[in-house]
Design a binder for this molecule. Structure first.
Ligand code: EPU
Length: 445
């Protein structure tokens, strides 16, 4: 594992360009399985997760070439319908090939997915929805594989019991080639889902948002090639906005996704963060005064995204007073707290009372880790200091980098590869903004 060595305390100033959105890129790559023609995809982020998925797709018979950030990808001859166990453990999204494989090869063997360590993260909502379309899916706990078969997939009305972002996308990827009409109710509304819909429609699919949290898909017989450019990553924008505020700098984000960040900007402004449009497409972020404490609750779109809560926690260590963060989407997404405490943060866990936790929380209550508390209180302000810390998952990684940038002294942040899963060359972009951050191989530290 590589290590970032960061000397904090410098205001970050300047312009930054966002990478393509990871959570769009991965699904767009999977969409290549739906046609024999070529997809030409622009603004592909060169991330570890993207390369892991390309390996999985290659194993299924896909060929590709990469020129800068433009990917030409073609599934000429699907030759295999199994994803290796190891790939599934590394990359949760690899399970999403299930839909296209069932639609086109009528069978799939998919490992139980892994991904970031955010708790159990099962795919029961994906599986039961695909069963409703006619698939037979059995899980073999001895070998860790789902075995799926479907002579054909048939459109039907499916209501997700709880929000699921990738579950909605998995069903889109299955329903586009199904026979007849599929209606997804309680479907996810994240803008990344809309991007996938745009690409699939460009490939000849017939998908529309037909109501609030409802998507209607008219199955078609074949899909064709298309050209698409991936939207900039709004999670990166949030990271840079917070970086500007906590280092008392000013960062101008080119190709800003501000229009999709309403929930973040509302809280950012309440906390005293400032932003303004620069020209037609950029946004500048900064902060004049000390931040004010906030109470945040994560939720599916249009709520405050779970991906933003870890960086937000660093921001709130600088606020005067007590802030709280209540995580309602994942049952375990506070792996960074112990590491932040090493830098001096004053954080305590608590369990907010909820009337009906079964419906209130987005995760399945049965997956809840015993004794785990769903919320934290942050007592600020804290003058963060240097420490040696470990990254356990992607967003926690960005968080610890932010904390080290705001802290005094030299910090060692181990586990850089977790950050490479979602941020391309983060150290280069931060250096351009004036940060003192260097990356070392394990043996060099
Ligand atoms: N869940 C189940 N069963 C299912 C599906 C979901 O129990 O069949 C649970 C999950 O364990 C979680 C909750 O329901 O507790 C919500 O899951 P959802 O399916 O909405 O999330 P996801 O698809 O696993 C995607 C992103 C996440 C992002 C969330 C929320 C991708 C590849 N991942 O996860 O991104 O946080 O939606 O928008 O698109 C990240 O980028 O760091 C990341 C984790």
């Amino acid at each position: 594992m590589d290590t970032f060595v960061i000397t904090g305390g410098k205001p970050l100033k300047g312009d930054v360009t966002l990478g393509g959105a990871k959570n769009v890129a991965l699904k767009v790559l999977i969409a290549s399985l739906l046609t024999d023609e070529e997809l030409v995809i622009g603004n592909v982020p060169l991330l570890r997760d993207v390369f892991s998925l390309l390996e999985v797709l290659k194993g299924l018979g896909v060929t590709y070439s990469l020129d800068g950030h433009t990917l030409r990808i073609q599934n000429g001859h699907l030759k295999n319908s199994a994803v290796p166990l190891e790939a599934g453990a590394r990359l949760r999204t690899s399970s999403m090939v299930l839909g296209p494989l069932l639609a086109r090869r009528h069978e799939a063997k998919i490992p139980n997915p892994g991904g970031c360590r955010l708790g159990a993260r099962p795919i029961d909502r994906h599986v039961s929805a695909l069963r409703r379309m006619g698939a037979t899916i059995d899980y073999n706990s001895k070998d860790g594989y789902f075995y799926a078969k479907a002579e054909k997939l048939t459109g039907t009305t499916i209501e997700f019991p709880k929000n699921t972002h990738t579950g909605t996308e998995t069903l889109l990827l299955a329903a586009v080639l199904a026979q007849g009409k599929t209606v997804l109710k309680n479907a996810a509304e994240e803008v990344e889902v809309d991007e996938l819909i745009t690409l699939l429609n460009a490939m000849g699919a017939r998908i529309k948002r037909s109501g609030s949290r409802e998507i209607t898909i008219e199955g078609v017989a074949v899909l064709h090639g298309a050209t698409h450019s991936i939207m900039p990553d709004r999670n990166e924008e949030v990271t840079f906005a917070i970086a500007a505020a906590i280092t008392r700098g000013r960062i101008v984000v080119a190709d800003s996704q501000r229009a999709t960040l309403a929930a973040f900007l509302e809280s950012f402004t309440k906390a005293g963060g400032m932003y303004e449009a620069v020209g037609d497409t950029a946004t500048a972020y900064w902060m004049d005064d000390a931040p004010k404490p906030t109470d945040i609750m994560t939720g599916p779109h249009p709520g405050f995204m779970t991906d933003w809560q870890a960086p937000w926690a660093v921001f709130m260590t600088q606020a005067t007073g007590i802030s709280s963060i209540h995580e309602t989407v994942f049952e375990s997404r506070f792996s960074y707290v112990g590491e932040l405490e090493k830098m001096g943060a004053n954080v305590s866990f608590f369990s907010p009372p909820t009337d009906d936790p079964q419906t209130f929380y987005n995760f399945n209550l049965d997956d809840r880790i015993e004794g785990f508390r769903q919320a934290i209180k942050i007592n600020g302000p804290t003058k963060l200091h240097n420490a040696v810390v470990d990254i356990h998952d992607l967003r926690a990684g960005a968080t610890l980098i932010l904390a080290a940038l705001a802290a005094s002294g030299e910090s060692y942040v181990h586990g850089a590869e977790h950050v490479d899963r979602g941020y391309e060359k983060i150290e280069e972009r931060l250096t351009q903004l004036g940060a003192n951050i260097k990356r070392f191989k394990e043996e060099e530290v």
